[in-house]
Design a protein around this ligand. Structure first.
Ligand code: TRP
Length: 438
């Protein structure tokens, strides 16, 4: 099979770094805290954690397995695997859906990454030093009202993303993640310590971790499920595309547990750093996408060394966004490359579509919200559902067992059961409930 897998990531560590780089991004630091605030805290967080464990982890194992077994980009991996299993070619649609879904996510994702870039610049110019919460709040509004500023930074971000993709898979990604991801964690922990020393710790912990299920709406459950997919980069073949580069002898199960723990840990730390500041400054937890961009600058404006700390923090967030966004277009680019399109041309095409869509998002907040909503709440869980059914039922149990490489039979049986029944039923129930059928 020659689908142009140009590199094989021989070091287990490289795959883990790239997959973690994909998972950890704006979803953890920007989106998780603001949706937790919007959907009422504790009960939402518990449902989200349950979705990660019962649905996200099993589907992630399946997705990596399918990518590694297919040794190709998601579209061709699904086509080859279904042909080998004597199943319909229609399974290729799952891969295609991923290519399209990834571009749709890139459109709004690049706008938010642009905000983070703008904020690292603003921080350096000392804009938030000693400012009141109101001024900092209106400062965020000024950015989202400015077409030029958003356009400039969003364009820059898309150019960076395209540059890394065009340069090839192994070179660009691993190195950056290896150094900068631990640094980001360090900064987040520093921020957590600061926030706990000045903020409302008790109120924020009880908001995040005391569940009040009477406040849990149907929509909140759908959003929690969708976010489990979004934050782990599941449901669109991104992790499948990376799985194609994973060496055959490594245990997928252990790797996935590690990535899931890191990703969840970072989201929780981000939330625990942000909410004490939110409550201490009488901000609304439910204020939406601006939550991080308002609460954190208040802290940066008051802490010693906040100019540099804030600026580096937002740069690290932008880099985390970059290592995520490359996985949004890698499936599409790898697919085009496998069909004779030059990698650079494929990159230009994919990045160009993402860039134009990003501009549309800057023009229209409704378009921005619609893309976020449709991808996270429908495309990703549907993609995950199909992958679970495909790996759980279409591929033979023996093939799957040999490929996935669990050392322990009980663990395999547990995973296979979760993949066949718990994950698909969970997704279906949430879907049917959200459209009012049950
Ligand atoms: N997981 C990333 C984040 O949390 C976003 C992301 C990157 C993603 N690649 C993906 C989401 C593929 C879904 C599918 O920020």
């Amino acid at each position: 099979m020659t689908h142009n897998i140009t590199a094989n990531w021989t070091k287990r560590w490289t795959f883990i770094l790239a997959a973690t780089g994909s998972a950890v991004g704006l979803g953890n630091i920007w989106k998780f805290p603001y949706i937790t605030g919007e959907y009422g805290g504790g009960a939402f967080v518990i449902v989200y954690l349950a979705c990660i464990l019962a649905v996200g982890i099993p589907v992630m194992i399946a997705e990596i397995m399918a990518g590694r077994a297919g040794r190709a980009n998601p579209v061709d991996a699904m086509l080859d695997l279904s042909a080998q299993a004597g199943a319909s070619k229609a399974w290729g649609i799952v891969g295609l859906g991923g290519v399209v879904g990834g571009l749709m996510i890139l459109m709004f994702y690049s706008v938010v990454a642009g905000w983070a870039l703008d904020y690292s610049w603003q921080s350096l110019s000392g804009v938030y030093q000693g400012q009141s919460a109101e001024t900092i709040e209106s400062n965020f509004g000024a950015l989202t009202d400015s077409f030029n500023r958003q356009w400039f930074w969003q364009s820059l971000f898309v150019v960076f993303t395209g540059g890394v993709i065009a340069a090839g898979v192994t070179r660009g990604i691993g190195r950056a993640v290896e150094i900068l991801m631990p640094l980001l964690m360090l900064f987040l922990l520093g921020l957590l310590i600061y926030s706990w020393s000045v903020g409302e710790v008790d109120a924020s912990l009880s908001f995040m971790f005391t569940p009040d299920f009477s406040k849990l709406s149907t929509e909140a459950v759908l959003v929690a499920l969708g976010h489990a997919f979004f934050t782990l980069s599941l449901g669109m073949g991104a992790i499948m595309a990376y799985g194609a580069y994973m060496p055959g002898e490594h245990s997928i199960g252990k790797t996935v547990m590690l990535i899931g723990a890191l990703d969840t840990g970072i989201a929780l730390v981000a939330g625990m750093a942000i909410f004490p500041l939110v409550f201490a400054n009488s901000l609304e937890p439910s204020s939406g996408p601006g939550l991080m961009f308002v609460s954190l600058p208040i802290a940066f404006g008051q802490m010693p060394g906040g100019i540099i700390f804030g600026s580096v923090f937002f740069i690290l967030v932008s880099i985390a966004a970059l290592s995520s966004s490359i996985s949004l277009i890698e499936p599409g680019v790898a697919w085009l490359e496998g069909h004779g399109v030059h990698r650079k041309v494929g990159t230009m095409l994919a990045a160009g579509i993402g860039w134009l869509g990003g501009i549309a998002c800057i023009y229209s907040g409704d378009f921005f919200n619609a893309l976020d909503h449709i991808t996270a709440n429908y495309i990703l869980p549907l993609g995950g559902l199909m992958i679970a059914i495909f790996v759980g039922f279409v591929l033979s149990r023996d093939r799957v067992k040999a490929e996935v490489g669990f050392e322990n039979d009980r663990n395999f049986a547990l995973w296979h059961f979760a993949l066949r029944y718990i994950a698909p039923l969970g997704i279906l129930v949430v879907f049917l409930h959200s459209i009012g059928v049950i």
